[in-house]
Design a protein around this ligand. Structure first.
Ligand code: ADP
Length: 448
C-alpha cells in the first residue's frame, strides 16, 4: 500500500481523505494556500506544505507547486478530491510522469468524458441511453434541419460547457438562428470554444446519477443511484439515495447497463454517470470521473467506504466484491450547508463564532469548520454536509428534521433555514419533484 498520500484539495473533502488514509495506516500530506494556514485539514494531516497565495490558480490549481510538494515530502500518490484539478487530464498525466500515482481514472478517460460531444458519443457506443440530439457539433447551415428532426423545444449546449453555462432553450424555428449565435458567442467567451451541439429539451426531468466502482482486474460494480433533482442554478442543493422515483428493478436495470459500459471502457476507480430521467426513460448527460460531493449518501446505504476503495484500486488491489455483495439498506439524504443567506443566496464568509453539529443515530456531518474558524472569501461556500440515514425514507426525514434543528452556526449566514422550510413542503415529503421544482418553490415563497 502507499506509504504517504498528498491531498490536492482543501475543506471537508481533504478531511474526508485524511480520515480514510488514517484508517488504512497511510500517512497524509495536506497542501494549503496562505489563506488556509489555519484550516482544519492542515491540522489533521501528518504534514503540510504551503503551495501559494489565496487565488486557486496560484495554489490549489498550481501543478508545479503540487508536484514539488510531493517530491519534498516523498508522497507516493495524489488524491485530487473534487473540483480544482480532479478532472484535469493534463494534471493526471504529469503526476503519472513523475512516478506518482494519480488516485483516479486514466488521463485518457478523463479527457474523453471532459469533452461533452465526445462523452456522449462514447456513452452511446457503450450502450448507455443518451438524449436524442445532433450527432456531434452543429453548424449554422445545418441547424434548422437538425432541430426539425429532433423536434422542438431543443436545447443548444456548449461542447466545452460546464456549470450550466452556454445553454439556450429554443421553443420554435423562428428563434433558432438568433439563439444559436447567442450560444456560440457565450461559449466562445466562457470556454474559448464556440462548438455547440443540440439536444431534445426535456421539460420536467429528474436528475438521477449512477455511482460506479471499478478495479483493474475486470470488476465493475454499480452502487445504485442518487437523486440530485433539487438544484438551484444547476447546482445541487440536496441529494437522496435511493431515488424516490425508482423501484428495485429499474435501479438494477440502469445500474447493470452502466456497470457493463464501464467494463467495456476499462474504467478504473469511482465515477458517476449522470442522467436526466423523464417518463420512465433515462438520458445520459455527462460523466464525472472523480469522487463527488454527494458520495456519502451512497456510503450510508451500501456501508462501503468509497475513498478507501478508491485508494485500494488505484494501488492495484482487486475489489474483492461482486454485484451480489452490494446491498442497499434504508435511505440517506445529504444537505449541502453553504455559508450563504438562505433567502438571497449571497455568500457569507467570515468568522464562525459558535459551531455545534447534530449527532445521534444515523447522523453524520462532514465538515472542516469549527468555532473560531474564519471562512475565507476565495473558495466555494460549502462549509459542511449534513448526511442522515434511516431505515426508510420516512425515518430519514424525521431524523433530518431534528438534526437541522440541532445544528447551530453563529456568526455567518447558512442555508440551514432553507432546508427547514423544505422539510415542510408536501411535494418534498412525497419525493414528488423535478429539476425545476426548487427554483419554482423559491420563487413561490420569496418574501416580497
Ligand atoms: P453542465 O456541465 O454545464 O453542468 P449538464 O449537461 O450536466 O451541463 O447539464 C446541467 C443541467 O442542465 C442538468 O442537470 C439539467 O438541469 C439541465 N439540462 C441539461 N441537458 C438538458 C436537456 N436536454 N433538457 C433539459 N434540461 C437539461
Amino acid at each position: 500500500m502507499f506509504d504517504k498520500v498528498l491531498i490536492a484539495n482543501r475543506g471537508e473533502i481533504a478531511m474526508r481523505v485524511v480520515r480514510a488514509c488514517r484508517e488504512m495506516g497511510i500517512k497524509t500530506v495536506a497542501v494549503h494556500s496562505t489563506a488556509d494556514a489555519n484550516a482544519m485539514h492542515v491540522r489533521m494531516a501528518d504534514e503540510s506544505v504551503c503551495i501559494g497565495p489565496p487565488a486557486a490558480k496560484d495554489s490549489y490549481n498550481n501543478i508545479p507547486a503540487l508536484i514539488a510538494a510531493c517530491e519534498i515530502t516523498n508522497a507516493n500518490a495524489i488524491h485530487p478530491g473534487y473540483g480544482f484539478l480532479s478532472e484535469n487530464a493534463r494534471f493526471a498525466e504529469i503526476v503519472t510522469a513523475h512516478n506518482i500515482t494519480f488516485i483516479g481514472p486514466t488521463a485518457e478517460h478523463i479527457r474523453i468524458m471532459g469533452d461533452k460531444v465526445e462523452a456522449k458519443r462514447t456513452a452511446k457506443m457503450l450502450g448507455i441511453p443518451v438524449v436524442p440530439g445532433s450527432d456531434g457539433a452543429v453548424l449554422e447551415a445545418d441547424a434548422i434541419a437538425v432541430a426539425a428532426e429532433i423536434g422542438y423545444p431543443v436545447l443548444i449546449k456548449a461542447a466545452s460547457g460546464g456549470g450550466g453555462r452556454g445553454m439556450k432553450v429554443v421553443q420554435h424555428e423562428g428563434e433558432l438562428l438568433s439563439q444559436l449565435s447567442l450560444a456560440k458567442n457565450e461559449a466562445k467567451s466562457a470556454f474559448g470554444d464556440d462548438t455547440v451541439y443540440m439536444e431534445k429539451y426535456l421539460s420536467t426531468p429528474r436528475h438521477i446519477e449512477v455511482q460506479v466502482l471499478c478495479d483493474m482486474h475486470g470488476t465493475a460494480l454499480h452502487l445504485g443511484e442518487r437523486d440530485c433533482s433539487l438544484q438551484r442554478r444547476h447546482q445541487k442543493v440536496l441529494e437522496e439515495a435511493t431515488s424516490p422515483a425508482l423501484n428495485e428493478s429499474q435501479r438494477s436495470e440502469i445500474g447493470t447497463i452502466v456497470a457493463n459500459a464501464m467494463l467495456k471502457l476499462g474504467y478504473i476507480g469511482v465515477g458517476t454517470v449522470e442522467f436526466l430521467y423523464e417518463n420512465g426513460e433515462f438520458y445520459f448527460i455527462e460523466m464525472n470521473t472523480r469522487l463527488q460531493v454527494e458520495h456519502p449518501i451512497t456510503e450510508m446505504i451500501t456501508g462501503l467506504d468509497l475513498v478507501r476503495e478508491q485508494i485500494r484500486v488505484a494501488n492495484g488491489a482487486p475489489l474483492g466484491l461482486t454485484q451480489a455483495d452490494i446491498e442497499f439498506r434504508g435511505h440517506a439524504i445529504e444537505c449541502r450547508v453553504n455559508a450563504e443567506n438562505a433567502v438571497t443566496f449571497k455568500p457569507s464568509p467570515g468568522l464562525i463564532r459558535n459551531w455545534h453539529v447534530p449527532g445521534g443515530l444515523g447522523v453524520r456531518v462532514d465538515s472542516a469548520a469549527y468555532a473560531g474558524y474564519s471562512i475565507p472569501p476565495y473558495y466555494d461556500s460549502l462549509i459542511g454536509k449534513l448526511i442522515v440515514h434511516g431505515r426508510n425514507r420516512t425515518e430519514c426525514l424525521m431524523r433530518l428534521r431534528r438534526s437541522l434543528d440541532e445544528f447551530v452556526v453563529d456568526g455567518v449566514d447558512t442555508t440551514i433555514p432553507l432546508f427547514q422550510r423544505l422539510m415542510l413542503e408536501p411535494d418534498f415529503q412525497n419525493g414528488d419533484y423535478h429539476i425545476h421544482w426548487l427554483e419554482e418553490f423559491l420563487a413561490r415563497t420569496a418574501p416580497a
